[in-house]
Design a binder for this molecule. Structure first.
Ligand code: FMN
Length: 355
């Protein structure tokens, strides 16, 4: 396979969190940032860490993309010393490619990996990857063993949904799969308790998380409908999960990590106000501008900012206005004009986001 001239896996910055004897922070007071395709890039991960995310997971990275030297794939791996501990999430369906991807990443210094078995997007499922893997437990174990052989026992997590639909693999099949992954040397499992057929519809079925935590010795991380820090604490209490990952909750409000840590300490989280919201958004812009100095980062931020202010009246108009911003200063000016006009009382958490 010939290497694209622009291809090089960016080396993982040296970090004690990747040392051979290191352990990942997992616990009720160690909230993770979930893998979020299109969102959990370097600037967003750094922002979430500033608010207290203990571990961040990259956007999903194609194992074949690495094996075929796709430069776009390598870009997803940019990291920094302050972006550790970092888990690289891979997707793919074939043991050979996933094993090779982990070997390449290990050689570049990465220490922790996750396999995506939850993505229900047709483009991924058509390749037999993401949630489509759940149709074939034997293949999952082949892939798991290939990844663990390269990474080392305990260094790979597996992110699951309930199944393709309610019948496949079904609650007992899922439990057997989870136990087999544990036996194979998995470091942790994450469950987003919806089927692929459900996508993001309906409610996450947290009792399915409790079922796994009751039977496994390795940590189980909860995912699903964690829109606020209060949801997170309730989920931990109801499921006995070892820890959790914030996904859409963090996309709407990265300060969810600080709120989570405050609740863990028995304190009340800081009340949201316009000044804190502005600080957060401007910090995200700074990080994006600094670490991804291309126009693409600006285009991306034009769609991210409206998400942060979606609870405020006029957010839709702001989205329109931001579409015309061609530099960072214009973006900041439009944000300030919007916040100056927005009523302070409207800042309440919004839990209605179901992409
Ligand atoms: C925009 C978006 C992108 C996502 N990308 C990934 C991904 O790359 N890998 C993955 O395993 N899950 C991905 N997920 C699923 C989340 O990690 C999480 O499991 C799911 O959103 C349920 O959590 P929540 O209801 O608290 O948002 C994504 C979800 C969203 C909304």
């Amino acid at each position: 396979m010939s290497r694209h001239p622009a291809f090089a896996i960016p080396p993982c910055p040296p970090s004690p969190s990747n040392a051979p004897d290191a352990v990942l922070p997992i616990g009720p007071d160690k909230p993770w940032l979930a893998p979020l395709a299109g969102y959990s890039d370097l600037p967003f991960r750094l922002l979430c860490r500033e608010y207290g995310a203990a571990v961040c997971v990259t956007e999903m990275v194609s194992a074949k993309g690495l094996a075929y030297y796709s430069p776009g794939t390598a870009e997803l791996l940019h990291s920094l010393p302050e972006d550790q501990p970092l888990v690289v999430q891979l997707f793919g369906a074939e043991a050979e490619f996933l094993g090779r991807a982990v070997a390449m990443l290990r050689a570049a210094g990465y220490g922790w990996f996750d396999l995506n078995m939850g993505c229900s997007v047709p483009k991924v499922r058509r390749q037999g990857a993401g949630a489509a893997m759940l149709a074939d437990a034997a293949n999952i174990l082949r892939v798991a063993r290939a990844m663990l052989a390269e990474a080392g026992a305990g260094r790979v997590g597996f992110k699951l949904r309930l199944g393709l639909d309610a019948a496949q693999p079904g609650p007992e099949g899922l439990l057997q799969l989870a136990l087999a992954l544990e036996d194979a040397g998995a470091g942790w499992l994450t469950l987003h308790p919806r089927t692929a057929q459900q996508g993001f519809g309906g409610q996450a079925h947290w009792p399915a998380i409790a079922r796994l935590t009751g039977r496994l010795r390795i940590p189980v991380l909860a995912s699903g409908d964690l829109f606020t820090a209060a949801d997170g604490l309730r989920c931990l209490a109801e499921t006995g999960a070892s820890g959790l990952m914030y996904a859409r909750g963090a996309m709407q409000d990265p300060a969810i990590f600080a709120a989570h840590l405050a609740l863990c300490r028995g304190e009340s989280p800081a009340q949201p106000d316009h000044a804190a919201l502005r600080r957060m958004i401007v910090r995200h812009m700074e990080l994006a501008r600094h670490h991804c100095p291309s126009k693409a980062a600006l285009w991306k931020m034009r769609s991210v900012v409206p998400r942060y202010v979606r609870a405020l009246p006029g957010a839709r108009d702001l989205r329109q206005r931001l579409c015309h911003c061609t530099d960072w200063q214009e973006l900041e000016t439009a944000l300030d004009a919007f916040l100056a006009a927005a009523p302070a009382a409207a800042l309440t958490p919004d839990t209605s986001d179901h992409p």
